[in-house]
Design a protein around this ligand. Structure first.
Ligand SMILES: Nc1ncnc2c1ncn2[C@@H]1O[C@H](COP(=O)(O)OP(=O)(O)OP(=O)(O)O)[C@@H](O)[C@H]1O
Length: 282
């Protein structure tokens, strides 16, 4: 496995997110740095994974209050950045891939037009050259029958195809940071591996950092070089290998996920009293 590039793309120090009318912190004192590497963020539903990803992109609703000692992307303080600056960063240097790509794509533009727009914007191409570049990128992400697909609209394509289209646009934009929030969980099992492989090609080719958010700890462990485990808004463990997990919550997550190599009749459920006791001790 390649050694992660330690040059920092993202620095997060003591990040806290609270929502109005909630006394609990959705993200509670999270700190980590990210270089050109694949970092997984795992945790059960409600542990704060998506809120963390969206806080980094500054894509939370106004009811969310973000506070941090540092939230820096390639030398820019995101805490201080204006919405205008954030929009420029999001379109070029930072990208978010969500569970259902059809919400990220423009519903009134055909697939061909959207990818060609990205080619115009990022490669400075004219109309005909942008169309050609778009077709080439869609082929590269292994979309069959490219010319036909280019005429379709987002609601007419499958989730797997939508994620490929998103990745094709990012191959043109070359973002330094990609946050993928459950990018494969809505997809057919047969295409999940292909989409992860394309994501890997995207970040490896551009020397970018990838944050992969998922509740599937085994998938994350197979794909990422490092894993942060979140519980109730906090990072409770920072792991390189799943086998090194010490925290009862992480062990519980592993035991609760089906392992195709060792099928069992009943999966374990989380032992919350011992997890909370470990939290109190830490
Ligand atoms: N817009 C919001 N308004 C109020 N509370 C919110 C909002 N979004 C998230 N939360 C709260 O923040 C906490 C963390 O939620 P978050 O969605 O980040 O968890 P998650 O780990 O991503 O879960 P899932 O895997 O289900 O997406 C939860 O308690 C949730 O109820």
């Amino acid at each position: 496995m390649p050694v992660p590039d330690s040059t920092s793309i993202l620095t997060v120090r003591n990040l806290n997110v609270t929502f109005a009318r909630s006394s609990l912190k959705a993200v509670d004192g999270v700190s980590f740095t990210l270089g050109a590497e694949r970092l997984g963020i795992v945790g059960e539903s409600g542990s704060g994974k998506s809120t963390l990803g969206r806080a980094i992109m500054k894509l939370l609703p106004n009811s969310a209050k973000i506070e941090a000692e540092a939230l820096e992307f390639a030398g820019t303080s995101l805490v201080k950045a204006s919405e205008k600056q954030m929009r420029t960063l999001r379109g070029n240097e930072m990208a978010l891939i969500m569970q259902d790509p059809r919400y990220s794509l423009n519903p009134v533009l055909s697939i061909g037009k959207q990818v060609a727009e990205a080619a115009k914007l990022h490669l400075g191409l004219g109309k005909a050259a942008a169309h050609k570049a778009a077709a080439g990128m869609l082929e590269r992400v292994r979309i069959a029958d490219v010319e036909r697909t280019m005429r379709l609209y987002p609601h007419q394509i499958s989730g797997g195809m939508g994620q490929r289209v998103m990745i094709a646009m990012m191959l043109l934009a070359k973002p330094r940071l990609v946050i993928a929030d459950e990018p494969t969980s809505a997809l057919d099992v047969s295409v999940r591996g292909d989409v992860l492989k394309l994501l890997d090609e995207l970040v490896t080719e551009n020397n970018s950092g990838l944050i992969l958010i998922s509740h599937d700890i085994r998938m994350v462990a197979a794909f990422c070089q490092r894993i942060l485990v979140m519980y109730k808004g906090r990072v409770v463990e920072n792991l390189v290998r799943l086998e090194d997990a010490q925290h009862p919550y992480t062990r519980g997550l592993v035991a609760a996920m089906p392992n195709p190599r060792h099928p069992v009749r009943r999966l374990q459920v989380l032992d919350r009293p011992s997890i909370d006791a470990a939290e109190v001790r830490s």
